[in-house]
Design a protein around this ligand. Structure first.
Ligand code: ADP
Length: 539
């Protein structure tokens, strides 16, 4: 066979030649819609490449984006990468210091910013080493304190509509992104052309996301996070219609687009599906019948939501799992054809993260490195490797040494795997409770407690114990009407039939609120520090 490089250039060239009649639609800052086809998209990508060359962007130079989901962002997914430079999607939701840190750490030469996000970057301008700023939107000029600054439409207008793409090595870095840095500073991940191409092919398979030319795709996953799950690349590869909801999309905007553009492929985090669900309940006249399934990832969707989508709207939530370091697809959940499942078994399966994507390898290991059995019970940390799994963090040997060992990437997700190979995340490595050599899932205990009618919120942490290494300690916020009316003993009795005896929390503390992180997750770090001596003192 030929030695032929796997690069994004092929996706772009093929789309231009084959899909001139296929549309891309993008909502502008003023709510109007920009429509064009793959032939015109190709021309604008070439104009952008010519403009970048004039800004002295060359091989390996970083081109930052600080932007919503728009056709311009798609053009930025392709132009730098196909020139041999590197796109860098900056997460607009990070803290300002983190944003400045990663723009400088990546060494972004040019930064493309959506017009409404410019004030955020203006505040950071004295800290940044960026050489040129480009403001995106439909206008040909914008007022800004950034300099030198250009308007995107002005920058590319009049530039040649073709570009002589260089021959690229498939191992060339095409893009980069940073993890959200919940623990410590964000860490950079580099994506090669080869990794992105192979990921797109596998993501599009019918048993994975299932994406083809006939699909009408709505880009809900932010393009500033984990390559929008690489759906923009996969959709261009197959020539699907692509719809971009633009700045600040509301549930109403999304539902209108689903109805008007007959969307039948989209993906997002469970919070989005919850918002869409609520909107549809309040506005039942919208017709979303084109949508038969949606991909959900990033965190586990509540089973009640999976059920409500299916039973009330006939939409299947397809559960997927991955990380910034894994491009991101690792597992995806579709029942196998021979599975005969009653309702209970069906929904139990749907809460799992799914089976491993082709071309990847996984193993699930205990503390001593031995692999656990696929029996749905034994817990271990999920390790993965494969052609779209990062091998290191960008310029960070210390963090690289922690997370990439012996050719495997450590996800720090604690999982069980059932006999059919379906992976279920039961905890994060730092939160799983290690009691007498066995592991207890803090997440399972929390979910069970939150199933009690009196409980508004519950979290469970592992606290050092003189005899058992760690024991579970639960924190419960009661609903106002139950305050003072429920005892610890009653809650323990409620848990008893659901768990082995040694899983039950040693104590439950009633509290008015549980500390939360900036993104609203329980901040177990704070509680662990505050209660670290709890069982040492009481023994
Ligand atoms: P970060 O940048 O914070 O690492 P990622 O998007 O890479 O953000 O987050 C990856 C983590 O999100 C995983 O390690 C896992 O714990 C969690 N996660 C992703 N998808 C799912 C899912 N379907 N169910 C449960 N947790 C998930």
């Amino acid at each position: 066979m030929m030695e032929y490089p796997l690069t994004l250039q092929n996706f772009l060239e093929r789309a231009r030649k084959l899909y001139k009649k296929k549309e891309l639609i993008s909502r502008e800052e003023d709510g109007s819609f920009f429509r064009y086809n793959y032939g015109e998209m190709y021309n604008r990508v070439c104009q952008l490449a010519n403009a970048l060359e004039e800004l002295d962007v060359g091989k390996d130079d970083r081109v930052g984006t600080f932007a919503w989901n728009t056709h311009r962002h798609l053009e930025l997914y392709f132009a730098p990468a196909c020139m041999g430079a590197v796109y860098h999607t900056v997460n607009i939701r990070l803290f300002p210091e983190q944003i400045a840190y990663i723009i400088n750490h990546a060494n972004d030469k040019v930064l493309f910013i959506d017009s409404d996000l410019v004030p955020l970057i203006e505040k950071l301008k004295d800290k940044l080493n960026v050489k040129h700023y480009v403001i995106m939107g439909k206008e040909k000029s914008y007022d800004t304190k950034l300099e030198p600054a250009y308007a995107y439409e002005d920058l590319i207008s009049g530039k040649p509509k073709n570009y002589d793409w260089p021959e690229l090595d498939e191992w060339q870095t095409a893009g980069t992104a940073y993890t959200s840095g919940t623990t410590g500073l964000p860490k950079g991940v580099e994506y090669t052309h080869r990794g992105l191409v192979l990921h797109s092919i596998v993501a599009a398979l019918p048993d994975m996301m299932g994406l083809g030319e006939k699909n009408n795709v709505l880009h809900i996953v932010p393009m500033f996070h984990a390559n929008a799950w690489s759906i923009p690349f996969a959709a261009t590869m197959v020539g699907a219609k692509q719809v971009f909801p633009g700045p600040h999309p509301t549930p109403k905007d999304l539902v209108e687009l689903i109805q008007n553009e007959k969307i039948d492929f989209t993906a997002g985090v469970p919070t989005i599906w919850l918002m869409v669900y609520q909107f549809l309940k309040e506005n039942p006249d919208y017709d979303v019948s084109s949508l038969k399934e949606v991909i959900s990832g990033g965190s586990a969707p509540p089973v009640a939501l999976i059920k409500a989508f299916r039973e009330e709207f006939g939409i299947e939530i397809i559960h997927a799992y991955g990380l910034t370091e894994t491009t991101p697809l690792v597992t995806l959940n579709r029942p196998k054809s021979y599975m005969q499942l009653d309702d209970a078994a069906y929904y139990d399966l749907k809460t799992k993260q799914g089976v491993l994507a082709p071309l990847l390898e996984m193993k699930v290991v205990k503390d001593d490195g031995s692999e656990v059995e696929w029996n749905g019970r034994d817990m271990g940390e999920l390790l993965v490797r494969g052609p779209w799994i990062a091998k290191e963090y960008y310029k960070d040997p210390e963090k690289t040494a922690e997370k990439f060992t012996d050719g495997w990437f450590r996800t720090e997700d604690i999982v069980v795997v059932d006999e059919e190979g379906y992976v279920k995340i039961v905890d994060r490595a730092k939160d799983v409770i290690k009691s007498g050599g066995e592991w207890i899932s803090s997440v399972d205990l929390e979910n069970a407690l939150m199933g009690h009618e009196a409980v508004a919120e519950a979290t469970v942490i592992g606290v050092e114990h003189p005899k058992w290494q760690e024991r579970p300690l639960a924190f419960v916020v009661l609903k106002p009407e139950y305050k003072g009316k429920v005892t610890k003993e009653e809650l323990i009795e409620f848990l008893r039939p659901k768990f082995a005896k040694w899983w039950l929390p040693d104590d439950i503390i009633f509290t008015d609120s549980i500390p939360k992180t900036s993104v609203g997750k329980f901040d177990k770090k704070v509680l662990k520090e505050q209660f670290k001596d709890y069982f040492l003192k009481s023994e």
